[in-house]
Design a protein around this ligand. Sequence first.
Ligand code: DPP
Ligand code: ZN
Length: 875
Amino acid sequence: PTVIGLDDYRPSDHLADTIHLDILLHPTATRIVAETAFRPNPAGRPGAPLVLDGDELRLCGIELDGQPLPAEAFEASPQGLTVLAPPQRPFRLRVVTEVDPTANTKLMGLYRSGGIYCTQCEADGFRRITYALDRPDVLSVYTTRIEADESEAPTLLGNGNPGEAGAIPGTGRHFAIWHDPFPKPGYLFAVVGGRLGKVSKPFTTMSGRPVEIAVHVEPGKEPRAEYALDALERSMRWDEEVFAREYDLDVFNVVAVSDFNMGAMENKGLNIFNDKYVLASPETATDSDYANIEAVIAHEYFHNWTGNRITCRDWFQLCLKEGLTVFRDQEFSSDQRSRAVHRIGEVRTLRARQFTEDAGPLAHPVRPNQFREINNFYTATVYEKGAEIVRMLKTLLGEADFAAGMTRFFETCDGTAATVEDFLDAFAAVSGRDLSDFARWYVQSGTPVVTVRTEYDPAQARYRIDLTQETPPTPGQAEKGPLVLPVALGLVSPTGAAIAADCADLRPDGVHVMAGSRASLIFENVRERPVPSLFRGFSAPVKLRLDLGDDDLLALLEHDSDPFNRWQAAQMVAMRLLVGQATSESGTPVEASLLRLALALGRVLVVESERDPAFAALLLSLPSETEIAQEIGSDVDPDAVHRAWLAARGTIGTVLAADLAAIRAATEPDGAYSPDAASAGRRALRNVALDLLASADPAFGEREADRQLAAAGNMTDRLAALAVLSRIPGDTRERALARFAEDFAGEPLVLDKWFGIQAAIPEPGTLDRIHGLTSHPAFSFTNPNRVRALVGSLALANPTQFHRADGAGYAFLADIVLMLNGSNPQVAARLLTAFSTWRTVEPGRRANAESQLKRIAREQNLSPDVSDIVARSLS
Ligand code: DPP
Ligand code: ZN
């Protein structure tokens, strides 16, 4: 595949001001008549041919200004259409194409999901519907007429506002016309046709515009769409209150479909969702499903401004809409829930996914400078690290300048296809600051490592913190420069008293801005040896190397005023002993250290399990096996990591048994299920307690989980119990799994959880079990959710079995990747990224992984998606 570079950008030679589409829906032969008003772009090359993108298209007709275009005037293939000498003035091109939505297994362009016609056009899907200037900086006003059999597709939805609609007498067909007044790139185009039920309500915007907001789902599932509708309403209100952003059309429609490559898509006025992020009922969805629905609904809605009203000049600017919109949805969720708890969740995700990506062969800058396949750049780096950059910008500038910068960005860039520079310029303009050093965050890949040394001089009552930062080399970037790091920090007395920070280099809000590779902070009038609390709230996405002993860290756990760092301190103690245990270079007295941690957690729990149960649940959650492996960094033995992890949980469960039992007794469910954060927090704590008790005493765990399973009145408690049981081999487990499958036989999204739990069992029999499940009637390789639940859980949530020493896990994943390479390359490529840690495992496993990667690389007819990932993984 060809490499596309950021520096290659040049404006389109032509513009497309309006596009009129007539879409005649048919299961296997949908016709698309596209009439586009083109004109030469004053910024383009005069006299250039009109080069339109296409992908697997069949051309059925072409006219220019009402005249058939003679064969010698154009060149056409399924992959493109070129008008060789287009007029040097505005002209209209009418192109007729035909596509087969039923055969479209790639789920890009127009396809069918469970009988519903739907589209996915980001990034390059519009060219699978009609020939077009399919690039984000060509914005057009779309008018779309959709026609279909009334019996097959009673609901017809498009972008923008609804216009004329009606039956076509005598044909059994009907039509609907939609007009979107906002110019947009093709990737935001969408249509939907199908038999759908809906829930809706009126919404009045802050300036008084009446809007109908609606969520459309499979008929019969309407009650399960109420939560999504509620989350949408709250998102719309929040964006008005916090960012003064108002909705701009008469309707806002969300449609849920079962077959979807990603989470959801922000098409203008017509968001299309993976039904996993819409449908929820207490019986079928867990607390985290509810939280995810809220977050994804908000995310896609917020794109209406950050993505749609202001779009991206080119795909290298993807983080401009994604990082910013993730930041916005994180802020929304933090306001709706507990900010500290949410922040910890964000950081856990960042570390598990983005730090892993940044440490391996797929590392890339938040704004990449080249790509072969853009679909492979919808990554944790672009999204999650992109959001961290916006968060740092806010910390750096402070609330007021950040808010002013956002307003300026909205005002100056509205209606344009913008760049990261445009975004930063808005903040530079309002604050008068030079952000050129800060901009390095967008172009430099890799996770900075900050090493801290501290020194206390009691005679001078002086305390000194030395910080150095270094970013390790990443593919294509051997040399790294220093990054601008907002370091939020404070001093804590080991006995709990706060210590006033008398330091000239600290802002009044407790932030030191570190701009070079090293910094020294001197604190005066420090009367006792303090413990430093650094990067409070995770103020910068760095790895911290801190020379603190367990006692100091446990003092932070107990006394720091920053909840994030309290949690972080416990994680650091745990990580140190887990790594020691797993690498058995254990000069550290692991048991004693573990005991101290457990006892400290016990003390903290007394207060926290009442004050903030969700926070208490997080305190009790050890670093994941993925994080431990990442911390070890090389020659990792996943079995040793797993053993260390199990043993630590067992010890904590044993030491805290009485406290955990008391927590369970105090959090018995009372009354009806409510998905609110406080109730969810109590369930989380209760279920973590069960998990730890079961680690300490599997026989007890089995009985208790079985009891909870039988009594559970909601999916959260049911699934938590099933997960605990799944790790305790025996008849009880098998009966529980069988029963669950019967109870939820007609519920694909619930069965995904069941597939996922089984695929994550850390036992040698799991691979056979997964093989068996691929022929389960509810499983299908054509549905991305099913594949992710079963195969994705093995690859991403079951380190010991994916990284089996005999290589069978790798071989299995490689087989699936090759099978999906042709039918759904995006899903195949995504699964393949699980190999990205292959160089960090011990030599035997490493050789097995490499041979599977090479086997994939040798295959003929690799999709651009898979070939790009495999090539970068091996490079
Ligand atoms: N733009 C989508 C989202 O992240 C992904 N295709 O919202
Ligand atoms: Zn997004």
